[in-house]
Design a protein around this ligand. Structure first.
Ligand SMILES: C[S@@+](CC[C@H](N)C(=O)[O-])C[C@H]1O[C@@H](n2cnc3c(N)ncnc32)[C@H](O)[C@@H]1O
Length: 277
């Protein structure tokens, strides 16, 4: 290891600089970091400090604040956000989506719009696309908007190629229909088929920056496992935006550990973390 790298790796994050980083993250992406996250934040930004040949966290912070392109801030948010996700995560939600789609299709609906807000590396949005394919037949027009604050995960989502291990939660018949096996060296990967990928549009969107540019109406919005990081005020404002964007009877689906209690009374709870406008 070079001396410069060693200096970065031993750099300590003092409380004052940590509080400034914490405030910046809260202001820009709504994520409230507790004091217990200091070591995690220090470790996560160290990699970027090494690349920039910066040896103190304060100098790193000044670099983020002074970067007029905003790219350093994006990279900081990338390194802080928790991106855990999986295909068919909280799988009951996709059964609810499927039964609603069949019902709406039976009523003659042909145009469908969905949003995976905070889509991470794309597994949620592609699971929604598999669900659309399973539920609908004949001619229809279905589009899924998938957004996240992190450019890093959006890049992975756009590629749509996943290690075999990450695809084990996909039922084999569905995987067989909508994904293709690709080999790289002695590792196996699965690539989402082009007709599925065409249904999904990935874009960067910061959930703190309201109002959102979309007009709606949307049929279903998935906003799962991100609101837990936000304070009540932000969650309230988000619920107002989701309400504006959904069609009457449309669904807002949040994470199983999340709730709209004291957040919004514009929705009716119709299932575990499933709300209808
Ligand atoms: C734990 S993942 C959840 C992924 C998926 N929704 C699921 O439930 O499996 C949370 C995602 O929220 C994103 N995120 C955090 N703050 C955000 C913000 N202010 N705007 C948009 N996305 C944000 C993170 O980048 C991360 O990919």
């Amino acid at each position: 290891m070079k001396d410069a790298e060693r200096m970065t790796d031993t750099a300590t994050l003092d409380d004052r600089t940590y509080h400034s980083i914490k405030d910046l993250i809260y202001e820009k992406c709504g994520i409230k970091l507790g004091d217990a996250k200091k070591a995690l934040v220090a470790a996560r930004v160290r990699k970027r400090m090494r690349e920039l040949q910066i040896f103190s966290h304060d100098e790193y912070l000044q670099n983020v604040l002074g970067d007029e392109t905003g790219m350093e801030l994006v990279l900081l948010m990338d390194s802080i956000s928790t991106n855990v996700t999986s295909f068919y995560r909280e799988s009951g939600h996709f059964e609810i989506m499927e039964s609603n789609l069949r019902k709406w299709a039976d009523e003659g609906q042909k145009r469908f719009r969905f949003w995976s807000a905070a889509c991470s590396s794309g597994e949620e949005a592609y699971t929604m696309a598999f669900t659309v394919k399973q539920a609908l037949s004949g001619a229809y027009d279905a589009r899924i908007l998938a957004t996240d604050i992190s450019t890093k995960v959006l890049g992975l989502a756009h590629q749509g190629v996943y290690e075999e291990e990450k695809t084990l939660s996909i039922p084999p018949d569905i995987k067989g229909k909508y994904m293709e096996k690709v080999k790289s060296g002695d590792k196996a990967f699965f690539s989402v088929r082009p007709d599925i990928r065409e249904m999904v549009l990935f874009r960067r969107l910061n959930l703190t920056e309201m109002p959102f540019p979309m007009k709606g109406p949307m049929d279903i919005i998935f906003c799962r496992n991100v609101m837990i990081y936000f304070d009540k005020d932000l969650r309230r404002r988000l619920a107002v935006e989701f309400h504006r964007l959904l069609k009457p009877g449309g669904l807002l689906i949040i994470g199983l550990t999340e709730s709209l209690i004291e957040i919004s009374d514009g929705f009716t709870r119709t299932g575990p973390s499933v709300y209808t406008k």
